[in-house]
Design a protein around this ligand. Structure first.
Ligand code: CUA
Length: 347
């Protein structure tokens, strides 16, 4: 362990700028507080009433001083806001090529699932120098995913996916905490993030004991729960086609349009009648209580991996459909037919 340090180790691309912002805030707030305290004490002594009948000199205002005390703090604090906002937007917007890892939080552990099929509990293996996005959901109460060395913290909620991303900058093991009180063993809901050199990470993936990709696990669940009985992939019957659904706008019966993201698909499987889809009867049964969050993650990975209907020649709109990065191909062998059924490169 390192000797005394004021901040946690800095091990992500955010960390350096985060440190600068943090120390700037400390310095500015410290300087302002000190300045006020010093002037308060000095003026108290300098201008205290010396005689019982002493009257202070009346001052009518001073445009220069008033302008200065308005403009200087305005610039200072808007600068803080601007800098903080810039960093916030960076943290909120993962790069398009980020590797997605699904995280399920529960009392009291963290479960991670990789697109390539590896799973782990209370540990997370990531490559150095590559952006990693975590898509997280809770199967019970609110948790919070916190890795101080990466300067990332994100609430993990039930019934809604939240995301955070980071890019590790140096190999090592970094503490992972739950930062939201979540019950008796909250303090034990901890783990380690292992940042590894890319070749070591590749080795870890290959030895990770994955039995097929997450999407292929999702495909099995899709058939096991009879989803395929209604959701056909070539014809649109009484149920919506799931091909190319992810990332698309969906028209609801109440006139609203909603984006088919992970949370939408999750909600549709568990609470299909909460939002009815334009043009379809509400015949979908609820799978609430039948599927675990891990199975739901696999189903969503499967639906995300479905490309446009074969033969339509319709490429997915850029930026809306999921990109299957190189690393997802090949490591766990060929994808099953219905996933790879769409044109290569079309997704
Ligand atoms: Cu989970 Cu605190």
């Amino acid at each position: 362990m390192n000797s005394l340090r004021l901040l946690a180790e800095s091990a992500s691309t955010f960390a350096t700028e985060w440190n600068w912002l943090f120390w700037m805030l400390v310095a500015v707030c410290g300087a302002v507080a000190t300045g006020i305290a010093v002037l308060l004490i000095y003026w108290t002594i300098r201008y205290h009433r010396r005689r019982a009948d002493e009257l202070p000199e009346q001052i009518e205002g001073n445009i220069k001083i008033e302008a200065a005390w308005t403009v200087i703090p305005l610039i200072l604090f808007l600068g803080m806001f601007g800098w903080g906002a810039k960093l916030y937007f960076e943290i909120e917007r993962p790069p398009a090529n980020a590797r997605t890892v699904y995280v399920v939080a529960k009392q009291w552990m963290w479960k991670a699932q990789y697109a390539t099929g590896q799973r782990e509990i209370n540990t997370l293996h990531v490559p150095v120098g590559e952006p990693v996005q975590l898509l997280m959901i809770s199967q019970d109460v609110i948790h919070s995913f916190f890795v101080p060395a990466f300067r990332i913290k994100q609430d993990v909620l039930p019934r809604r996916y939240t995301a955070i991303w980071f890019q590790a900058t140096k190999p090592g093991m970094y503490h992972l905490f739950c930062a939201e009180y979540c019950g008796t063993k909250h303090s034990g809901m901890i783990g380690w993030v292992y940042a590894m050199q890319p070749h070591e990470f590749q080795l870890w993936l290959e030895q990770g004991g994955a039995e097929g990709s997450l999407a292929s696990t999702g495909e099995k669940i899709f058939h096991q729960f009879g989803c395929a009985n209604c959701h056909h992939f070539d014809t649109q019957g009484r149920c919506p086609m799931l091909r190319d659904l992810y990332g698309r706008p969906v028209q609801l019966m109440n006139g609203q349009t909603i984006l088919a993201d992970e949370t939408y698909i999750h909600e549709k499987i568990l609470h299909p009648r909460a939002q009815l889809i334009q043009g379809f009867d509400p015949i979908m049964p609820s799978f609430d209580g039948q599927l675990t969050e891990e199975q739901l993650v696999a189903l969503i990975a499967y639906i995300k991996a479905l490309g446009p209907p074969p033969g339509t020649g319709q490429p997915s709109a850029p930026g809306t459909a999921p990109q299957i990065p190189e690393y997802e191909k090949g490591i766990t062998g060929p994808r099953s037919t219905s996933i790879s059924g769409s044109k290569p490169g079309a997704r």
